[in-house]
Design a protein around this ligand. Structure first.
Ligand code: ADP
Ligand code: MG
Length: 449
């Protein structure tokens, strides 16, 4: 009974705390049942226990409560022999030619994250090309390759793809993929167990090092230092390094300048939010795989277009929606239809709608019309500025729940009657002026993306 509960709780946590943290921490905890009101776990170390308690304790407890488990405490039993690295699918790493090379920790590469499953569009083509180059290239091209973007846009997917690509070409390559969180974890473990020498040997013996979500080391000084030494040692040996982060090196707060500048040495590529076409392409590709798994299901026309239109630019959310839809259709024997999508995805559809803020609308509308935000909300009344201003007011009225006075305030303290006037004007224009109608539609799509 409680084992089943942990399975449910775990599923829930996967969504709450993000996949990487989930893999690094939650998935490595062994559930040993409940006593009184405490949930008991076996974990690899005291450090691990402290970390989980501090970082995810609240979330774990509340997930238990959500599923009827009255848990008020987490108890950890330390089991030093549990392997710290999660193993999903470990590619074979051939024995190193030089007997003195230390064994690498197992990679946790996901077999679905290869280049052939990555759908390329305008927003990610550069990142894709750079990743391909690194995976296919002879020698070291850019060091490091630094990939950055908001969440769920394919950084981890591309990094796995690079690792797979390199290993498929040459299985003897010593490729190590890990998250910055795992790097820190290993580093702290090594300090604690006085095995720093091993740690250094391992990290300095790789041919290719991939570190995911490097922003994680911000503010963690000794981990940063060690990362810096590792980085330099590898660059000196002309070994390829690939890094990802949720923002550009210059924007990561809490990292030392010397690291920041090192990270900027190579090639920095960002992945932009997806546009409609790419979302549709991704959905089509994922639907194909879904239909392969559920060949008896009918996918009705318009469903993918609807999802591409209405769901945010985060591909993870997009993918999750599709999976949910297919799973539900499969369980109930219904076709994958628009009705079902409305039904099953109500929460997601709502979220992508309400996320639009007036500030965001102002910024995007200014960008779209090539004018400055300060002008858009400023006093100038030339048509080149007044028209975009009215568009933005119209969008604020139709896409947010803000009141007219609130909207007026956001536009440099204007009166609500000005907003009413703007809304009417744009409504009127868009009925007769197809260019205006198209611009509004394009903007709306961008905003709801
Ligand atoms: P990030 O690391 O940037 O947060 P992920 O690489 O984890 O994002 O991507 C989230 C999910 O979306 C993954 O399942 C990934 O396979 C999928 N995904 C992202 N971009 C694409 C793409 N261009 N084509 C296919 N799948 C993608
Ligand atoms: Mg990621």
């Amino acid at each position: 009974m409680s084992e089943a509960m942990w399975t449910t709780v775990k599923e829930d946590l996967r969504g709450r705390i993000g996949r990487d943290s989930f893999r690094n921490w939650i998935e490595q905890m062994e559930f040993c049942g409940m006593t009184d009101q405490s949930a008991n776990f076996s974990v690899p170390s005291k450090f691990f226990a402290d970390w989980v308690e501090r970082s995810f304790g609240q979330q774990i407890q509340s997930a238990f409560w959500d599923h009827g488990g009255k848990v008020v405490r987490l108890e950890f039993q330390i089991n030093e022999v549990t392997a710290p690295a999660p193993v999903k699918e470990a590619p074979k790493i051939a024995a190193p030619s030089n007997d003195e090379l230390p064994d690498l920790p197992s990679n946790t590469l996901d077999a679905r994250y290869k280049f052939d499953r990555f759908v390329v569009g305008k927003s990610n083509e550069l990142a894709f090309a750079a990743a391909k180059r690194v995976a296919d290239g002879e020698g070291v091209n850019f060091n490091p390759l630094f990939l950055y973007s908001g969440v769920g846009l394919g950084k981890t997917h591309l990094m796995h793809a690079i690792a797979w690509g390199i290993l498929e070409r040459d299985p003897s390559k010593r490729v190590l993929f890990l998250s910055a969180e795992q790097f820190m974890y290993r580093f702290v473990q090594a300090l604690r167990s006085k095995t720093m020498q091993d740690f250094k040997e391992i990290f300095r013996s790789v041919d290719v090092l991939l570190v995911d979500d490097v922003q994680f080391i911000a503010g963690k000084d000794s981990t940063q230092d060690e990362f810096f030494y590792t980085f330099n040692a590898l660059v000196d040996q002309n070994k390829q390094i690939i890094i990802s982060a949720d923002r550009a090196p210059g924007d990561i707060e809490g990292i030392e300048d010397r690291i920041r500048s090192r990270l900027q040495w190579g090639l920095m590529v960002d992945i932009h939010p997806t546009d409609y076409e790419l979302r549709l392409g991704i959905l089509q590709s994922k639907a194909e795989f879904q239909l392969r798994d559920h060949p008896h299901l009918a996918l009705e026309e318009g469903v993918l277009e609807f999802l591409a239109q209405r769901i945010s630019s985060n591909v993870r959310v997009l993918e999750g929606s599709l999976t949910r839809l297919f799973a539900y259709a499969d369980l109930t024997g219904k076709p994958v239809s628009l009705d079902l999508a409305y039904d099953i995805l109500a929460d997601i559809l709502r979220v992508s709608k309400t996320k639009v803020t007036v500030e965001h609308i102002i910024k995007k509308t200014a960008e779209f019309n090539n004018i400055r935000v300060s002008d858009l909300i400023g006093a100038r009344r030339t048509q080149a500025i007044a028209r975009p201003r009215q568009m933005a007011m119209y969008l604020a009225k139709t896409l947010t729940t803000k009141s007219l006075p609130d909207i007026g305030r956001a536009f440099g303290g204007r009166d609500h009657t000005t907003v009413i006037h703007a809304v009417r004007k744009i409504e009127d224009l868009s009925r007769h002026d197809s260019e205006m109608a198209e611009s509004l539609e394009a903007l709306r799509r961008q905003l709801e993306a």
